[in-house]
Design a protein around this ligand. Structure first.
Ligand code: ZN
Length: 349
């Protein structure tokens, strides 16, 4: 198959990180579209919202007051999905009814005291604080002998089920490797054993050569649309140096990460001139005390939007029963994301 086939013929693409396939159907972009539309009425931005449970000084659930924080602020989620004191139990019947207890911790990270900001509209110095906070939390949670995985992520926008627009993310840390990290860790280990390099190091070299899916690059990070992307505007952020987690980033790499995160968020917002919804998160080495030279720090961005601020992609039908599918090719998505201005649309005047 040559490249012209990839732009017009139905084909499958392989994701080497999860070892799963995605169906790409570029010929379908010609069909008439009747997608879901939603109102995205923008709330008037306020720097402080007295009813927001994340703003400085405000009360949270159970009457705890937030401090008058000025940078980042981290606390245990008041409605945590995981609890550290969960007793160890297991059921197992004929390999068919299987369940195990799961202990862990859920943390909330406020990126800024300002209610109205987003990563796209924060300064590099402020985002650098967020990067440092993530790295600290990874180290602190990961050093607990009962924690084997630290998942740092941000859920943004009502479309992704995030009800509070105050800039914040979450950290879920637990006893075992969750599915996605387990798949990636296994694939990365096998690749390392076979080739003696990290999978993402070799993949990054290929993308830097081909250039057609590259979006942004600085001295330490590259932002691109992965060849195997499932979501229309799915992207991947990869460190140039082979580090296994945020805690291994040097001073200048942390600043470079803050810069590229800000730029990526701006491009996303500018694509449809709307605060762009997404789930983003870092994949980092398991924290079971093992050595993971094969694991290569990266972040995934999974935005739900399809071709406007109100039309979203659904994973239904064949995708629930068979495999994920996309119409717009990753190369076309990369072209669109590359073409938007580097300056945030709200800062145009
Ligand atoms: Zn990953």
């Amino acid at each position: 198959m040559n490249f012209s086939d990839l732009t017009s013929q139905p084909h499958r693409r392989f994701n080497p990180l999860t070892r799963e396939w995605v169906l790409v159907s570029p010929h379908r972009t010609a069909r008439p579209w009747q997608g879901q539309t939603e109102d995205v009425a923008a709330a008037a931005p306020v720097t402080y919202d007295p009813s927001c449970y994340l703003c400085p000084g405000n009360l949270r659930a159970e009457g705890v007051a937030n401090p008058a924080y000025t940078g980042t602020f981290v606390f245990d989620n008041d409605f945590a999905a995981l609890r550290p004191d969960t007793p160890a139990e297991e059921i197992q019947e004929k390999g068919l009814l299987v369940a195990r207890s799961e202990a862990g911790r859920c943390r909330v990270v406020c990126f800024s005291p300002r209610h109205d900001l987003t990563m796209a509209r924060m300064g590099v110095a402020e985002l650098r604080q967020v990067v440092d906070t993530w790295a600290q939390e990874f180290s602190a949670l990961g050093s607990d002998p009962n924690i084997r995985s630290v998942q740092i992520f941000e859920n943004r926008g009502a479309m992704m089920g995030c009800s509070n627009s105050h800039p914040h993310g979450q950290i879920w840390a637990n006893e075992t490797l969750p599915n996605e990290l387990a798949k990636e860790a296994a694939a990365c280990r096998e690749y390392w054993q076979l080739r003696g390099a990290t999978l993402l190091h070799d993949y990054l070299q290929l993308e830097l050569e081909k250039k057609e899916r590259l979006l942004l690059a600085n001295d330490h990070f590259v932002w691109l649309v992965p060849f195997w992307a499932v979501w229309p505007f799915e992207t991947l952020l990869v460190s140039r140096r082979c580090v296994s987690a945020l805690d291994q980033l040097r001073d200048e790499e942390r600043t470079a990460l803050a810069e590229i995160l800000r730029q990526a968020a701006i491009r996303y917002d500018n694509l449809f001139r709307t605060p762009f919804p997404y789930t983003m998160g870092f994949h980092q080495r398991p924290t079971d005390g093992g050595d993971y030279p094969e694991f290569h720090l990266h972040a995934h961005f999974y935005p739900p939007l399809l071709r406007s601020a109100t039309i979203r992609k659904f994973m239904v039908g064949y995708e629930m029963l068979g495999m994920p599918q996309r119409d717009i090719t990753p190369e076309a998505a990369a072209r669109w994301l590359r073409e938007v201005p580097a300056r945030h649309y709200l800062n145009e005047r």
